[in-house]
Design a protein around this ligand. Structure first.
Ligand code: UDX
Ligand code: UDX
Length: 454
C-alpha cells in the first residue's frame, strides 16, 4: 500500500512518521509546496519541535518514509491520500473572522482530481466544518473522470508537546466513512492501518458527518472546561474560596474528572478559538442562534480573563503602570513549545503597553515568535535571560507554565526588583506562601492576594 500526505506541518509530519514507523510494509510519502520545510524534514533539524519525534522519523526515514515536493507524482502513485493542509480562520468576505478558509483544501481536491489515474481513498486530516466531505466529493467527481474517490474523515486529536505519546497511545482514533459498500471498504482499509498498533476497541468508526463534527466538539468541550473554571476563578477571588481547592473537589467526582480544570490567564493555541468560532458559524448557518451564542461565550470568557488579568495588575499597582517595568515570564501559549499562536501573552502585553508600561518579555523557546507578534508595539523589549528581564522591574507576570520557572532563584529576583515587588502568577504554578514570606506582593488566579501593604 502507498500513502501520500499533502501538508508536512505540525499534524501531517508527526502522524505520517508514526504510521510509517508502525507499518513498515506501507510506503508513506509526505509532500508539501514549501520546499524549505521538506528539506528540513530530511535533516535532523526537523521543522517542528516535538519530544521524541526525531527518533520516530529516523527509524522510518529512507526505509518507508519519504519527504518530497513532487506533489503530483506522490498523489498519482498513492492508494490513500491524507490531506493535512492548513485551514485557518477566514480573514475576508462572508464569515470573516469565524468561518474556515477552505481555499487550500479545495485546491488540493482539484489537484488530486487532475492528476489521478486510479481509484483513491481521500482522508480528511485537517479540521474542517461538518459536511466538507460533501463539497469535496462534488469537486473530486465533477466532470467525466472515471476515477472513483472515497472520502473518509479521520480527525487528529494530538496536542502540541505530547504529539508522539498521543499518536503512539491515543485515547481513541476516529474514522468516519459513508454507509455505502465502497465507503465501508475504504473505512476498513484505514482501520487496518491503525490496527497495526492501536487496540481495535480504541478505533471508533462513525459516519462522515459525525466524525467531522466530533473534532470541533472535542475542542469546544475542552476549551469550555477552561472557561468554566476561569469563570469560577473570578468568583473565588471575590469570596476567598481557592480555585485550586474547588477544582480538586469537583475533579474527584468521576463524572467530572480531574483534567483541564486548571484556572489560568486563558487558553491559547492554534485550535481552540478557531474551532469554536467555526462551530459558532456553523450553528448560525443552520439558524441555531442560541447554540451559537452559547459557544461564543466560551471565547468571550477567555478574552475577558486576559483583560481581567491586566486590570488586576493595574489596580493592585496603585492604578498606574505608566513607566513601570513589568517583566513577562513566558510568552508561548503553553509550556514545552515555541508556538505563540493565540497565546494570551499577546493580548496581555499589548494591553500593558497601552497603559504605557515598559514591558520586558522573556521565554526559553518563543522569543522569535514573540517579536513578530508584538511588532510595532512600542516600549516592549525582549530578554532571553529571566534574571536580566526582572532587573529593576516593578512587577513580574508569569504567563506560561514553563517547569523551569518553578526553580528560579526568587530571593535573587526579589533583591533585583523595585519595591514593593509585585508578582502576578497567571498559571498558579509558584509557591505563593514562600514568595510572600520573601517579601513579594503575590497575586494569582482565583486565590486571595498575599500582601504586606494592608
Ligand atoms: C493542522 C490541520 O491541518 C489544521 O486543519 C488544524 O486545524 C491544525 O493543524 P498544521 O499541520 O498545524 O495544521 O498546519 P501547518 O503546520 O500550517 O501545515 C500545513 C502545511 O500544508 C504547510 O507546511 C503548507 O506549506 C502545506 N500546504 C498548504 C501544502 O502543501 N499545499 C497547500 O496547498 C497548502
Ligand atoms: C488542543 C487539543 O488538546 C488537541 O486535542 C487538539 O488536537 C488541538 O488543540 P493544544 O492546542 O496543543 O491541543 O493544547 P492543549 O494542551 O489542549 O492546551 C490548550 C490551551 O489551554 C493552552 O493555552 C493551555 O495552557 C490551556 N489550558 C489547558 C488551561 O489554561 N487550563 C487547563 O486546565 C488546560
Amino acid at each position: 500500500m502507498k500513502i501520500c500526505c499533502i501538508g508536512a506541518g505540525y499534524v501531517g509530519g508527526p502522524t505520517m512518521a508514526m504510521i510509517a514507523k508502525q507499518c513498515p510494509e506501507v510506503e508513506v510519502t509526505v509532500v508539501d509546496i514549501n520546499a524549505e520545510r521538506i528539506a528540513a524534514w530530511q535533516t535532523d533539524e526537523l521543522p517542528i519541535y516535538e519530544p521524541g519525534l526525531l527518533e520516530v522519523v529516523r527509524e522510518a526515514r529512507g526505509r518507508n518514509l519519504f519527504f518530497s515536493t513532487e506533489v503530483d507524482d506522490a498523489i498519482r502513485a498513492a492508494d490513500v491520500v491524507f490531506v493535512s493542509v492548513n485551514t485557518p480562520t477566514k480573514t475576508f468576505g462572508e464569515g470573516a473572522g469565524r468561518a474556515s478558509d477552505l481555499q487550500y483544501w479545495e485546491l488540493c481536491a482539484r489537484r488530486i482530481k487532475e492528476v489521478s489515474t486510479s481509484d483513491k481513498i481521500i482522508v480528511e486530516k485537517s479540521t474542517l466544518p461538518v459536511r466538507t466531505a460533501d463539497a469535496m466529493e462534488r469537486v473530486l467527481h465533477a466532470g467525466d473522470n472515471p476515477v472513483h474517490f472515497e472520502v473518509l474523515s479521520n480527525p487528529e486529536f494530538l496536542a502540541e508537546g505530547t504529539a508522539i505519546a498521543d499518536l503512539e497511545n491515543p485515547d481513541r482514533v476516529l474514522i468516519g466513512g459513508h454507509e455505502t459498500e465502497a465507503g465501508q471498504r475504504a473505512l476498513q482499509t484505514l482501520v487496518d492501518v491503525y490496527a497495526h498498533w492501536i487496540p481495535r476497541e480504541r478505533i471508533l468508526t462513525s459516519n462522515v458527518w459525525s466524525s467531522e463534527l466530533s473534532k470541533l466538539t472535542a475542542n469546544a468541550f475542552l476549551a469550555q472546561r477552561v472557561s468554566s473554571i476561569n469563570a469560577i476563578s473570578q468568583l473565588c477571588e471575590a469570596t476567598e474560596a481557592d480555585v485550586a481547592e474547588v477544582a480538586n473537589a469537583i475533579g474527584t467526582d468521576s463524572r467530572i474528572g480531574p483534567k483541564f480544570l486548571k484556572a489560568s490567564v486563558g487558553f491559547g493555541g492554534s485550535c481552540f478559538k478557531k474551532d469554536i468560532l467555526n462551530l459558532v458559524y456553523l450553528c448560525e448557518t443552520y439558524g441555531l442562534d442560541e447554540a451559537a451564542a452559547y459557544w461564543q461565550q466560551v471565547v468571550e470568557m477567555n478574552e475577558f480573563q486576559q483583560t481581567r488579568f491586566v486590570k488586576t495588575i493595574l489596580h493592585s499597582m496603585f492604578n498606574t503602570i505608566a513607566g513601570k517595568r513589568i517583566a513577562v515570564l513566558g510568552f508561548a501559549f503553553k509550556a514545552d513549545t515555541g508556538d505563540t499562536r493565540e497565546s494570551p501573552a499577546i493580548k496581555v502585553c499589548r494591553e500593558l503597553a497601552l497603559e504605557r508600561a515598559e514591558v520586558v518579555v522573556s521565554d526559553p523557546k518563543a522569543l522569535g515568535n514573540a517579536k513578530q507578534d508584538l511588532e510595532g508595539v512600542e516600549s516592549v523589549v525582549f530578554e532571553a535571560d529571566p534574571y536580566a528581564a526582572v532587573a529593576g522591574a516593578h512587577a513580574v507576570a508569569v504567563l506560561t507554565d514553563w517547569e523551569a520557572y518553578k526553580t528560579l532563584d526568587f530571593e535573587r529576583i526579589y533583591a533585583a526588583m523595585e519595591k514593593p515587588a509585585f508578582l502576578f502568577d497567571g498559571r498558579n504554578m509558584l509557591d505563593h506562601a514562600a514568595l510572600h514570606a520573601m517579601g513579594f506582593e503575590v497575586y494569582s488566579i482565583g486565590k486571595g492576594r498575599l500582601s504586606h501593604l494592608d
